[in-house]
Design a protein around this ligand. Structure first.
Ligand SMILES: [Zn+2]
Length: 230
């Protein structure tokens, strides 16, 4: 999603940002820099420490969890509840039938903690075709669930596409434009995402992360099942 490492320290203010979500990949994902089993807990504590020393800027605690083929998330709810947001994404099983892929995403979005569906179609431009699922049902589900869809601003993804952005807008589902930065150099990706959003006729009010932190927090908290089972 937005950023994946605490060091080297990014300079988000230079990019006009007032907050930044740290959303490392969960360990199950066999990608570089995935968090180990204790990683999320340690990172939560570390972000709290850093926030205590920051003025006029806040790091949000998040994670990018994998959505397994049966629609479950690859980290336990008890851990996810400690975060400000949970980003869910498909990183394998891209070739399921439309019915199975749709059911998988719908089930994931029913998880107690689920904030944003990341790079929803999984496409990589000129490299991987988008997954086959019923986008209308996913967008309607996001509206019912009160969760959000990512517009991943990485130039190889630009996922959602413009037409999907327009569909989300017409259903009243907010889109989150995320840099997918894996280093501070990649914060500039955001401008590609903004251009893509404009192609889909999105305006600032249709975009989740144009909101101030005070406006954003309750929207995220509503996706996180705070208090459930505690
Ligand atoms: Zn991902």
């Amino acid at each position: 999603m937005v950023a994946t490492r605490l060091r080297p320290w990014p300079r988000p203010r230079a990019h006009g940002l007032q907050y930044l979500a740290i959303t490392d990949h969960s360990k199950r994902l066999a990608l570089a820099h995935g968090l180990d089993a204790d990683g999320p807990s340690r990172q939560i504590d570390r972000i709290d420490e850093i926030n205590a020393g920051l003025r006029d800027f806040v790091l949000l605690k998040g994670v990018e969890v994998g959505i397994l083929e049966d629609g479950t998330l690859d980290l336990p709810d008890a851990l996810l509840r400690r975060l400000d947001l949970v980003v869910g994404a498909v990183h394998s099983g891209f070739n399921l039938t439309q019915d199975k892929q749709t059911d998988r995403l719908l089930r994931a979005m029913d998880s107690p903690c689920f904030s944003i569906l990341a790079h929803p179609t999984g496409r990589l431009i000129n490299e991987r075709q988008p997954c086959d699922f019923d986008l209308s049902r996913i967008i309607r589900k996001a509206r019912e669930r009160g969760c959000f869809l990512e517009l991943n601003a990485h130039p190889a993804r630009l996922d959602l596409c413009d037409v999907a952005c327009q569909m989300a807008k017409s259903e009243g589902v907010l889109v989150s434009i995320n840099s997918d930065a894996h280093s501070r150099l990649q914060f500039d990706n955001l401008r590609f995402g903004v251009s893509q959003a404009r192609r889909g006729w999105l305006q600032a009010g249709n975009v989740l992360n144009t909101r101030t932190l005070n406006q954003l927090r309750p929207l995220l908290a509503a996706t996180m099942a705070r208090g459930v089972g505690q």
